[in-house]
Design a protein around this ligand. Sequence first.
Ligand code: HEC
Ligand code: HEC
Ligand code: HEC
Ligand code: HEC
Ligand code: HEC
Length: 429
Amino acid sequence: MDIDLEDNMKLRITRWFVGLGTALYLTSPAFAADTSVQHVEAKACKQCHEEIYQQWAGSMHANSSALKDPIHGAFYKNVIGDPTAEGVKTKKGTYPVCLKCHAPVAAMEGKTKLDAKPAYADGISCTTCHSFAKFKGTDAANGKPLYGIDAYELDPKSLYGPSGITYTTERVPEGAQWPTPVHHPVPLQGNRADLFKSNDACMGCHEKRSNFHGTPLCRTGNEYRMAKNFVSCQACHMSIVTVPKIKDGKVVDGEFVSIPDHSMAGGHDGKMITRGLAMTMQTERDGDKLRATITVRNRLPHAYPTGAPFRNFFIRIATYDKDGKQLWKNYKVHPIKDDPQAAFWLTLGDKEGKPTIPPKATQILKDSRLAPNEVRTLKYEIPFTGATTIVRAEALYDLMLPPIKAKMKGKLPDELLTPKLAASAEVRL
Ligand code: HEC
Ligand code: HEC
Ligand code: HEC
Ligand code: HEC
Ligand code: HEC
């Protein structure tokens, strides 16, 4: 069959025009020229991008401010201060750097009272990412790091996207076709494919971060470069998903839309964490011993786990009898204490070389997380009795390290403190 590409394009654009309809003009959110686009709330985009809105609303981006993310909120109050007070400064008397990534609109305006404006509490909103006009990189000429909003040029007057389509805020006639530009209620330019379809859209906030002492706490970007990979962050974190169409909060029967997934799942998502880790196990009997070899492989172009320095996972290996009663386990309290080879974590240290918390760290003592695509082998000699029938290894992912979890008990919802199963391997004898 012959496909006329130009006609195909006209058809797509016509569909958008038709999709818009007259009603939308009447109810379109007003964009007042005297405020910046960063203050247009996500709610204003919901009306036409309902499916994307729903994904975003459940994401850590929508919940990134100290008012909404209980974990970040607890750290922020501890290290910086009250997120509902104005004029908050760090111990060094500087503006709290956290806000440049976690509450970007407040940071653009040099404010710290996050409940003062909806756009401050909204965290990383539609109009934060979509007003990126340029990525400047994360190193300033003077060698200082550029974090979050400092790494981008944010346009106060226009939104941007990747499609290559031209938009106008003018009303366009009913049934209009190409070359009439597509109507968009908020100024929008579809000419930033380079930025939005590449890691540049993420690296401003995800590349790296060091604490006051210059100790690196997050290095996802460095890890990725070390992997010499060219798959974009979006390929995994914004894969194209087909979801039911939603209109006015209700699913439209039998209609679907395909969109780049704006839920951008990571460590908080029990399913996402299973995608990166492949674990296998082999066992061999040797008298009253069982020799087990466990292999774990990181399938990702960044560390597993990556991101915040307290993310970690550990491997529980245990034997059971035929009724499922546990006979032996590789640790008593936690592998970090009892079986270090089974603990995958970043150990931050102070000047004396003692383990410490992120704000106080002056060095990295040890990094036992899996490097990009690393394969690691763990060997065990396990006591074997006539009753031993099952050997089971489980990789368990934790958002925080045990000492932090102990402090947060009762202050955070249990589900954030419970390790999640990332991979398992089982041998039945
Ligand atoms: C963390 C940054 C980020 C946030 C927050 C964000 N987006 Fe996006 N958005 C992107 C990127 C990157 C793309 C391009 C994805 C691609 O083409 O690979 C995109 C693509 C889109 C597209 C084009 C969809 C298509 O079919 O190609 C629309 C529409 C969109 N976003 C709307 C929104 C709305 C509405 C919100 C808020 C509810 C939002 N975005 C929040 C980064 C973001
Ligand atoms: C009145 C309906 C309407 C509203 C409200 C609306 N949009 Fe759109 N938007 C559209 C249509 C139609 C398109 C073109 C087709 C598509 O990609 O879905 C579009 C496209 C986009 C794109 C893709 C840009 C590209 O590369 O072509 C982005 C990004 C976007 N909108 C962001 C937003 C954001 C952010 C808001 C809220 C501030 C918003 N839109 C509000 C109707 C709307
Ligand atoms: C303006 C800064 C900013 C930009 C740009 C940004 N992010 Fe984020 N992202 C954050 C912050 C801050 C968090 C942590 C929120 C929290 O947990 O409090 C986060 C969290 C995440 C998470 C972890 C979710 C979880 O479950 O813990 C993933 C995955 C992620 N972002 C992917 C992306 C991708 C992919 C892009 C590019 C398309 C991107 N981000 C762009 C700031 C940003
Ligand atoms: C091949 C797929 C893939 C690619 C490419 C990829 N990631 Fe991931 N990413 C994952 C998976 C799976 C996880 C969950 C396991 C983990 O946390 O390591 C994850 C986790 C994350 C997290 C969550 C960390 C946390 O604290 O919860 C962030 C942030 C992140 N990735 C950022 C990025 C960025 C930025 C890029 C691009 C430079 C990228 N990823 C590229 C698959 C990918
Ligand atoms: C360069 C951008 C950036 C800066 C600056 C920054 N963060 Fe983050 N933060 C992130 C990103 C991105 C994530 C989520 C993904 C990950 O784990 O890397 C995150 C995650 C976190 C988390 C984990 C949240 C959760 O839900 O598990 C905490 C806690 C946190 N940050 C605290 C802080 C504090 C406190 C500051 C200031 C002292 C700060 N961050 C400064 C980018 C930043």
